[in-house]
Ligand binder design. Structure first.
Ligand code: C2O
Ligand code: CU
Ligand code: CU
Length: 526
C-alpha cells in the first residue's frame, strides 16, 4: 500500500496548560493512554499510545530558570503491549511487567530522580515500579538556555517500542533574550517532528518480530535496526503546509527509531536559491546563523531553522531526504516514498508585513577548552553478538548490567573520545549535560582491533558550521574518533549515556554513568 502524498494538512501539536500552581510552580499532569488516530486520509484509524490523547504529545512550554512540575500518569493497558516485546534483552525479562513507562526530557539538565532513568519505570496507577523508581511527580529546574528539547518514553528494554507506539512530544524552553532576537513567532513558529513508520493493511502499526536472518529460539525478537517505509510529520503521513510568502521558524526533530535524514528541497522545476538557515542546535542558539543546502539529522538531533518563502509566492516546495539506511553506507531511500518528507505550498496571502529578522549575532557561547579538562576517556563503540547469535552493539565491550565504569566528578570538565569500530554512524547521547564537539579524526580500525593502538589516518576534522553550538546528541561516524567536551553538573547521581538508535539502545548500547561529589571507587557512593 503506497499512500498518496500531500493530501493531509500538517497537524500542529497543542500546547499543554498547567493544571494548577504548587507553591508558585506551574504543575502539569500528562496521562498516557491507548488511542486511535487518523494518520492519513485513506487509511483506517491507527491504534497508538499517546500523551494526553494525542500522537505526538502536546508541547510543554517553559521558561529558562523557571521550574515546572509534571506528573506523568500511566493509563495504558495493564498487560498487553501494542507491539512485540522481546523478553530476552536487558531489563525486559519475563517477570517484568510488559507495559511499563518512564518519561525522560531529552536534553534537560535535571536532578537524577527526575531524569527518567530507564529502570525508574512504573505501570498503570503506579501499581508496580522499577528498582530505581523515586517519585510520581517530576521536577524540572529548567536552568539552561532557551532551546528545543523533547520528551519521550525511556523504559528499559522497550524504549524502541514505546516511542514507536507514539510516546514522544516537544518540550520548548524560552527566555526573554530570545524575544529580543525578533525571530518569526507565534503562528510563524512551528515544530516539526519527523518519524518513519510502517503499516499493516488494516492501518495498524507494523513492527518486525524477527531479524534477518531469523532467530527461531527467540520470538518475538529485537531487530538490529528498524526503518519504516512511510514518513510522518507531526503524526501525519506526508503532510502539506500552506504558508505565506515570508519567514518562518521551524523546530525540527528527528524522532525516528533508526532513520537518519539528509534534508534538501525540490521545486519540481529548477533549483532556486532556497536554503536552510540554521539558528540553533540541540541545546541553544548558534553564535550566528548558518546557511545550508543539506541538513543532516540523526535520531534525536534537533535543528532550529528559518525558511524564507518571501520570493516564492505560488510555488510548491518539497522537503526531500537522501540519507542512506543504515547511515552512511546503506541503501538510498526510495525517491517516491522515504525520499520525501512534506510539502510547503506558498499560497496564503501575506498578512501585513514580515518584520521578523535573522540577526547576525544570536548567542555568545563559552567554548570549553581541553586545557581545562581533568579527564580524557577513550570509549569504544563496537559490534558483538549475544548468546543467541544476534548482532548486538556495545559500549566499551560492556553490557547495560555491567558495573559502572564512567564516574565523573561534579563540575569537572572531561573529554570523551568515542572510537567507532562499527560500520554505522551512531548518534551518541549523554543525559544531564549539553556538550561541545571538539573534532573527529579518522583512524585505522583494523590496526586498532589487532593491537589496541590508535593510528590516525588523517587530520582532526572540526565540527560542521551548524554543529558549533551546544549539543546533547552527535554523530560518531564509522572509522573516526569523535571527541566531545562537557562540564558535568549541576547535579550528582546516576545517569545514562547511549546510542539514540533505539534498537541499539535497547540491545545493549547504553551504559549508566555517575556524577560524584568526590572521587570514589565503590558502586554505592555518591
Ligand atoms: Cu532521548 Cu536517553 O534519550
Ligand atoms: Cu536524553
Ligand atoms: Cu548505534
Amino acid at each position: 500500500m503506497i499512500l498518496e502524498k500531500y493530501v493531509d494538512k500538517l497537524p500542529l501539536p497543542t500546547t499543554l496548560k498547567p493544571k494548577e500552581e504548587k507553591e508558585g510552580i506551574p504543575y502539569y499532569e500528562v496521562v498516557m493512554k491507548e488511542i486511535t488516530q487518523q494518520l492519513h486520509r485513506d487509511m483506517p484509524k491507527t491504534k497508538l499510545w499517546g500523551y494526553e490523547g494525542s500522537y505526538p504529545g502536546p508541547t510543554i512550554e517553559a521558561l529558562s530558570y523557571k521550574p515546572i512540575i509534571v506528573k506523568w500518569i500511566n493509563n495504558l493497558p495493564i498487560k498487553k503491549h501494542l507491539l512485540p516485546v522481546d523478553t530476552t534483552i536487558h531489563g525486559a525479562g519475563p517477570d517484568t511487567p510488559k507495559v511499563r513507562t518512564v518519561v525522560h526530557v531529552h536534553g534537560a539538565n535535571v536532578p537524577p530522580e527526575n531524569d527518567g532513568y530507564p529502570e525508574a519505570w512504573f505501570t498503570r496507577n503506579f501499581s508496580n515500579v522499577g528498582p530505581y523508581f523515586t517519585r510520581e511527580e517530576y521536577y524540572y529546574p529548567n536552568k539552561q538556555e532557551a532551546t528545543t528539547l523533547w520528551y519521550h518514553d525511556h523504559a528499559i528494554g522497550i524504549t524502541r517500542l514505546n516511542v514507536y507506539a507514539g510516546l514522544a512530544g516537544f518540550y520548548i524552553l524560552r527566555n526573554t533574550d530570545e524575544d529580543k532576537l525578533n525571530l518569526p513567532k507565534e503562528k510563524y513558529e512551528i515544530p516539526l517532528v519527523i518519524q518513519d513508520r510502517s503499516f499493516n493493511e488494516d492501518g495498524s502499526l507494523f513492527y518486525p518480530t524477527q531479524p534477518d536472518p531469523p532467530v527461531p529460539e527467540v520470538n518475538p525478537s529485537i531487530v538490529p535496526e528498524f526503518f519504516g517505509d512511510t514518513i510522518l510529520v507531526n503524526g501525519k503521513v506526508w503532510p502539506y503546509l500552506e504558508v505565506e510568502p515570508r519567514k518562518y521558524r521551524f523546530r525540527l526533530l528527528n524522532g525516528s527509531n533508526s532513520r537518519f535524514y539528509r534534508l534538501s528541497f525540490d521545486f519540481g522545476q529548477g533549483d532556486p536559491n532556497f536554503k536552510w538557515i540554521q539558528i540553533g542546535t540541540d541545546g541553544g542558539f548558534l553564535e550566528k546563523p548558518v546557511e545550508l543546502n543539506q541538513l543532516i539529522l540523526a535520531p534525536a538531533e534537533r535543528a532550529d531553522v528559518i525558511l524564507d518563502f518571501t520570493d516564492f509566492y505560488g510555488k510548491e516546495i518539497i522537503i526531500t531526504n537522501d540519507a542512506p539506511t543504515p547511515f552512511p553506507m546503506g541503501d538510498d531511500p526510495d525517491p517516491n516514498t522515504t525520499g520525501q518528507i512534506m510539502k510547503f505550498k506558498v499560497t496564503l496571502p501575506l498578512e501585513g508585513t514580515d518584520t521578523s529578522t535573522i540577526p547576525n549575532t544570536l548567542n555568545t557561547i563559552k567554548h570549553l577548552s581541553e586545557k581545562n579538562a581533568v579527564n580524557f576517556r577513550n570509549l569504544t563503540l563496537e559490534e558483538s553478538t549475544d548468546k543467541y547469535g544476534r548482532l548486538m552493539m556495545m559500549l566499551n565491550g560492556m553490557m547495560w548490567d555491567d558495573p559502572i565504569t564512567e564516574k565523573v566528578k561534579l563540575n569537572s570538565i572531561e573529554v570523551w573520545n568515542m572510537i567507532n569500530l562499527t560500520v554505522d554512524t551512531h548518534p551518541m547521547h549523554l543525559h544531564l549535560v549539553q556538550f561541545q564537539i571538539l573534532n573527529r579524526t579518522p583512524f585505522d580500525v583494523d590496526a586498532y582491533m589487532a593491537t589496541g593502538e590508535l593510528i590516525y589516518t588523517g587530520p582532526p576534522e572540526p565540527p560542521e558550521s551548524n554543529e558549533r553550538g551546544w549539543k546533547d546528541t552527535f554523530r560518531t561516524p564509522p572509522g573516526y574518533v569523535s571527541r566531545i567536551i562537557a562540564k558535568f553538573g549541576h547535579y550528582t547521581g546516576r545517569y545514562v549515556w547511549h546510542c539514540h538508535i533505539l534498537e541499539h539502545e535497547d540491545h545493549d548500547m547504553m551504559r549508566p554513568y555517575k556524577v560524584l561529589k568526590k572521587p570514589c571507587d565503590s558502586e554505592n557512593c555518591l
